[in-house]
Design a protein around this ligand. Structure first.
Ligand code: NI
Length: 139
C-alpha cells in the first residue's frame, strides 16, 4: 500500500451529518474509506470525460428480440467494434426480452461511441454504460 497522508477537512456541520448518514447507509467502515472512494470515482469520471486513456466498461442493455432487424444490427455493431469487445453475456429474460452485458476495453471516447450506437438501436429499451479503470494510480 502507498504511504498514507493525513489531512484535515473543514465542512459545514449539516453537510458532514448528511455525509455520515450516507456512510452508514453504504456500510463504509469510516469517513476516510468513503472519502477515498469519492475521490477515486471523481478521478475515473474525469478521465472518462477527457476521453483519454485505456478504460474498461460494461454495457448493459435490455431489448425485445422480436423487434425487426434488431438482432442483426446488434451483431453488426459488435463486429464493427470487435477489437474493443472482450466478452459478452446474453440472458433470455422471458419470451420477448433479452439482457445483454458487453464488456469493453479501449479509449473512453470509442467505448462511449459504441455504447451510444447500440443503445440508439430501435428496440433497445434501456442501456447503461459503466466505465471504470484498473485503478492504477488510484490506490
Ligand atoms: Ni435472448
Amino acid at each position: 500500500m502507498a504511504k498514507l497522508t493525513r489531512f484535515g477537512v473543514s465542512m459545514d456541520a449539516g453537510l458532514l451529518s448528511a455525509f455520515d448518514d450516507l456512510i452508514e447507509r453504504k456500510g463504509y467502515a469510516n469517513r476516510s474509506e468513503a472519502l477515498r472512494d469519492l475521490v477515486r470515482g471523481a478521478l475515473v469520471e474525469t478521465q472518462w470525460g477527457a476521453g483519454g486513456g485505456q478504460m474498461v466498461g460494461a454495457l448493459c442493455i435490455v431489448y425485445d428480440h422480436h423487434t425487426p432487424d434488431l438482432s442483426s444490427r446488434l451483431t453488426h455493431e459488435q463486429h464493427d467494434y470487435q477489437k474493443y469487445i472482450i466478452s459478452s453475456m446474453h440472458v433470455h429474460l422471458d419470451a420477448s426480452n433479452c439482457l445483454e452485458v458487453v464488456v469493453l476495453r479501449g479509449p473512453a471516447r470509442t467505448l462511449q461511441t459504441l455504447a451510444d450506437r447500440i443503445v440508439a438501436i430501435r428496440g433497445v429499451k434501456h442501456g447503461r454504460l459503466i466505465m471504470t479503470t484498473t485503478g492504477e494510480g488510484l490506490a
